[in-house]
Design a protein around this ligand. Sequence first.
Ligand SMILES: N=c1c2ncn([C@@H]3O[C@H](COP(=O)(O)OP(=O)(O)OP(=O)(O)O)[C@@H](O)[C@H]3O)c2ncn1[C@@H]1O[C@H](COP(=O)(O)O)[C@@H](O)[C@H]1O
Length: 96
Amino acid sequence: MSNDEIIRQVYEVLEDRRDNPIDSYTSNIMQDSDKKAEDKILEKISEEAGEVLLAAKNNENLVYESVDLIFHTLLILVHKGIDIDEIFDEFARRRK
Ligand SMILES: N=c1c2ncn([C@@H]3O[C@H](COP(=O)(O)OP(=O)(O)OP(=O)(O)O)[C@@H](O)[C@H]3O)c2ncn1[C@@H]1O[C@H](COP(=O)(O)O)[C@@H](O)[C@H]1O
């Protein structure tokens, strides 16, 4: 598996957690009512963004905190039913 495949792989797992819920962190969040799930995930994104900010300022754990933020961003995208190719296509569209 190439390193960049991991994002696609995690995305697929998250889609599966959404569509075939089990007792797990991501399934449990997404099983809440739409509004509640959305609010919980957005709250995590906001918290993780703050942690990235502090990590960058303090030169500490920046990669770890960034992955937390990226992960929760992927989670809201999955919860909202966005296809992963839309994200890659948008990056490709902006490429100069
Ligand atoms: N990449 C992740 C991932 N990153 C973070 N997290 C979880 O997100 C939760 C919240 O993160 P926090 O950093 O806030 O952790 P915390 O426990 O609140 O503690 P602090 O960091 O605040 O001290 C924690 O329970 C983490 O374990 C993740 N949970 C799952 N994944 C991936 O998602 C897949 C599905 O996960 P499950 O639903 O758990 O099977 C897994 O196979 C993984 O690949």
